[in-house]
Design a protein around this ligand. Sequence first.
Ligand SMILES: NC(=O)c1ccc[n+]([C@@H]2O[C@H](COP(=O)([O-])OP(=O)(O)OC[C@H]3O[C@@H](n4cnc5c(N)ncnc54)[C@H](OP(=O)(O)O)[C@@H]3O)[C@@H](O)[C@H]2O)c1
Length: 283
Amino acid sequence: MANRIVITGAGGLVGRVLADQAARRHHEVLALTSAECDITDPTAAERFVSADDVVINCAAYTKVDAAETDAERAHAVNAVGAEYVAHACARAGAELIHLSTDYVFSGAKREPYEIDDETGPLSVYGRTKLAGEFAVLSAMPDAHIVRTAWIYQGGDGPDFVATMRRLAAGDEPVEVVADQIGSPTYVDDLVAALLEIAEGDIREPVLHAANAGAVSRYELARAVFELVGADPQRVRPVGSDRHPRPAPRPPYSALSGRLSAEAGLTPLRGWRDALASALQGVE
Ligand SMILES: NC(=O)c1ccc[n+]([C@@H]2O[C@H](COP(=O)([O-])OP(=O)(O)OC[C@H]3O[C@@H](n4cnc5c(N)ncnc54)[C@H](OP(=O)(O)O)[C@@H]3O)[C@@H](O)[C@H]2O)c1
């Protein structure tokens, strides 16, 4: 019998797809929204977690810009809340997979970040997520931290690919930043990797799970336009200074899957193939 999968933050993008795919793979699933299990409550997670569960913590404060002026709340969820979940798992004898982000890196590199590269978050969000990584591993050294990046589904939601798809349906030019390079990741591929980790026996504590390759937001937007049959020339490259945001983003944050593959994780496919799959069948 497959382990039960307990999902915190189950109302979010990753949590919803994960609950669906885990059930399809015949796991018993306990999907907990923030209303059902607030991870900032020190005793909330332990009320739900049993021995042999695999807990996948998808709960996070993900508003990157808002975090700049709401650091206390971001820290409470991303660092302290994550630690409470890890303590609950350690006490119960459950496994834990905790999600983290490419924004733990500074972006000074120009080739994909390896698991063991030096971190250096630029934003409050990145700092609180990095604090969460440390807190989880110190409460539960055999937990898995899975860093991912630029997640999209491409459907009706607010993610970048979905937004570009909607803009492609119009006829206006669209300005997109060309000086942020990363690893766009199709949520279905991320979730498949999370379930592989949940079902497998990978020992490496920190893993990267992002579609392969490095691409700027501008190139990604052009690829969306091409794939939905719109004119990619309508996408115009601009610098981040043209659309200033409260939180600085790393100029380069592509994630290397090399060491994760060596640790036993099936490499995620290239970003362009994944994007084509995501956009297939979307109206
Ligand atoms: N999206 C990306 O591009 C991206 C990139 C890299 C890493 N990640 C990481 O991937 C993970 C999943 O992100 P996502 O894209 O699925 O984010 P999301 O759609 O914003 O979902 C996050 C979920 O966490 C819940 N949550 C917030 N505070 C909570 C609390 N105190 N207790 C319990 N649940 C709480 C939210 O519920 P409410 O809405 O009710 O507050 C929401 O359902 C996060 O760890 C994130 O840092 C995301």
